[in-house]
Write a protein that binds this ligand. Structure first.
Ligand code: B12
Length: 210
């Protein structure tokens, strides 16, 4: 079933993909498995875009499908047992980057796992992060980015937080398509999370929750 879903999304068969997702949800499939299949399909779409067989309209349709699938899977994810508020996480997609599907999943999973989350949205200037840290007082800051351009924006954001004298009060995690440990080191972040659950684990570790 999930292989079929990967192919339907990657081949831009929107109706078929959404039908399959609904069938999987109704059949009791793990919502995380559905999201993983959709993520795999996004990789294929990305590769086809790179090769020049897909263009911007396909990227856009893929993004729309991903959002719709996340919306269908969300109520199922929300059935996870509710926990008491563990701490605060500030999250956003860094300046110059408007990819938000991965970030939205991370924000949603943090919320479902007991964190109070403030999502600043996309294309967020470093200074806006700095101001929000002052107002919201999070223990954890999450920076998301999918473009190579985002690596510099992440570094600039971390530096702005440092310059404002706020760096010691927060742990900073980064994530997004091409982000890895090397980028984490480059940006001066505390950790990199490969997916939403990795982000949840890091945040839990940092606030001292199990
Ligand atoms: C959908 C998509 C779009 C959509 C985005 C819609 C949206 N609302 O987000 C649209 C059409 C708008 C778009 C635009 C562009 N895109 Co685009 N896009 C994609 C695509 C196909 C999928 C991205 C995605 O959403 N994946 C699904 C999520 C769920 O992925 P995920 O990585 O598994 O997410 C997890 C982790 O990353 C992690 N995570 C994410 N954030 C964070 C944060 C923290 C703190 C933590 C811990 C974890 C974490 O948790 C997530 C959930 O588990 C990718 C290809 C790819 N495979 O990534 C290209 C891709 C990212 N895009 C690309 C490009 C080039 C562009 C454009 C420049 C195209 C253009 N010519 O205009 C523009 C950029 C506009 C801008 N300024 O940002 C390139 C980037 C190349 C590069 N090296 O920079 C890619 C890689 C495609 C490619 N192979 O060429 N895109």
């Amino acid at each position: 079933m999930s292989k079929k879903l990967v192919n339907a999304i990657a081949d831009m068969k929107e109706g078929e993909a959404l039908k399959l997702v609904r069938e999987m949800v109704e059949g009791g499939s793990d919502p995380m498995e559905i999201l993983e299949a959709a993520r795999k399909a996004m990789d294929i779409v990305g590769q086809r875009y790179e090769k020049g067989t897909y263009f911007l309209p396909e990227l856009m349709l893929a993004g729309e499908m991903m959002n719709q699938i996340t919306d269908i899977a969300k109520p199922e994810l929300a059935k996870l047992p509710e926990v008491k508020r563990l701490g605060k996480v500030l999250i956003g997609t860094v300046a110059g980057d408007i990819h938000d599907i991965g970030k939205n999943i991370v924000a949603f999973m943090l919320d479902a796992n007991g964190f109070e989350v403030l999502d600043l949205g996309v294309d967020v200037p470093a200074q806006k992060f700095v101001e929000a840290i002052g107002d919201f007082q999070p223990q954890v800051v999450g920076l998301s980015g999918f473009l190579t351009l985002a690596f510099d924006a992440m570094k600039e954001t971390v530096e702005a937080i440092k310059a404002a004298g706020l760096r010691d009060g927060v742990k900073i995690m980064i994530g997004g398509g091409q982000v890895n440990e090397t980028i984490q080191e480059y940006a001066g972040a505390d950790a990199y999370g490969k997916d939403a659950m990795a982000g949840v684990s890091l945040a839990k570790k940092w606030v001292g929750a199990k």
